[in-house]
Design a protein around this ligand. Structure first.
Ligand SMILES: Nc1ncnc2c1ncn2[C@@H]1O[C@H](COP(=O)(O)OP(=O)(O)OP(=O)(O)O)[C@@H](O)[C@H]1O
Ligand SMILES: [Mg+2]
Length: 333
């Protein structure tokens, strides 16, 4: 199948892997939905690696991380002089992925003005670079992902219905970690082994009571949260026996609480919990972005979208003078 590390043997995860094998040989578009950190990008790569396109490129683009004014050029490329600063002709992600797979992450954030152009390239397999009249033909398989409810965005007229149906030819839903508790032990063992080797801190034993605590936790940030948490646990374990940092025990919730939450609620709660733990510090080694395994700008973007205010952390470093002699505030977020 694939050379990727895909850990898990729960029935729900085995069903996902069976879907990957079924989906891989065909060229139809795939829409992967699931909460943050459930492994959407990993599964997109697995589809590519199991497909006949495996020897061509897998190109990933996070639609939420690129300002909308630049996204068109990022996707389709531009001609020299197409806009101020366009010094040379540039290939877009579609052209880079020619023959391979293009992974469009956070597709729900695709600006409305770009959606018709994306629809056209999915249907006709052709487009024009910005500033060009020459049509470029490409052969790309598109795998898109989102942690938003795309059907609901369609209902609210925030996402084009025709594009949704074009992307949703093969829908995939990744289960949250709390619905595949059976995978928590193998994932923990996998991350402990990796982190221990990387941090040069041998861990020989994961006590049963530690596993029980990990299994009881809700994991709103899913596999990414578990991964980051294990890294901290390995780092702070005083000896070869894995010890848990205190904060997880403080945040264990009954699993039933999560049953009726929307994906956005889960995301919001997880980010707020992490911000509380870091005293609202976003950037830096001890900041929330690092703990969540996200770039700082992505976390700030998500916070704005989820209506989480950006507070000044009391742990922010004081204003200092930069080498050029200009005053600037050391990043408090
Ligand atoms: N089955 C798995 N086995 C091992 N590691 C995994 C597995 N699934 C995900 N991971 C790891 O968990 C982390 C999160 O995975 P990924 O980035 O694919 O999630 P995502 O759903 O795309 O998250 P987001 O919604 O935040 O973009 C990554 O570090 C990835 O390597
Ligand atoms: Mg992702």
């Amino acid at each position: 199948m694939t050379t990727l590390d895909l850990i898990g043997s729960s029935p729900k995860f085995r069903a996902v892997l069976a879907d990957v094998d079924r989906i891989a040989p065909v060229d139809s578009a795939v829409l992967i939905q699931g909460e943050t950190g459930t492994g959407k990008e990993v599964i997109a790569r697995a589809i590519h690696e199991a497909s006949p396109r495996r020897n061509q490129r897998f190109v990933a683009l996070n639609c939420a991380a690129i300002p909308s004014a630049l996204l068109e050029s990022e996707l389709f490329g531009h001609e020299k002089g197409a806009f101020t600063g366009a010094w040379a002709q540039t290939k877009g992600r579609f052209q880079m992925a020619d023959g391979g797979t293009l992974f469009l992450d956070e597709i729900g954030d695709m600006p409305p003005e770009l959606q018709p152009k994306l629809l056209r390239v999915l249907q006709e397999r052709e487009f024009e670079r910005l500033g060009s009249t020459q049509t470029v033909q490409i052969d790309v398989r598109v795998v898109a992902a989102t942690n938003q409810d795309l059907a609901q965005l369609v209902n609210k007229k925030l996402f084009r219905a025709d594009l949704f149906y074009r992307l949703n030819v093969i829908p995939m839903f990744l289960p949250p970690l709390r619905e595949r508790v059976q995978d928590i032990l193998p994932l923990t063992e996998f991350f402990v082994t990796k982190c221990a080797a990387r941090l040069n801190k041998p861990i020989d034993l994961i006590p049963d009571e530690v596993v029980e605590v990990l299994k009881a936790h809700d994991w709103p940030g899913n596999i990414r949260e578990l991964q980051n948490f294990i890294e901290r646990a390995v780092l702070f374990s005083p000896g070869p026996v894995l010890r848990l940092p205190l904060d997880l025990n403080q945040t264990v919730k009954p699993r039933s609480e999560s049953a009726s939450r929307t994906l956005a609620d889960a995301d919001r709660e997880h980010i707020l919990e992490t911000l509380k733990q870091t005293d609202w510090l976003i950037g830096g080694q001890d900041g929330a972005a690092n703990r969540l395994g996200l770039p700082r700008t992505t976390l700030i973007y998500k916070m704005r979208k989820l209506g989480i205010e950006i507070r000044r952390s009391s742990r922010a470093r004081p204003i200092r003078r930069s080498a050029e002699g200009q005053c600037r505030a050391a990043a408090s977020c």
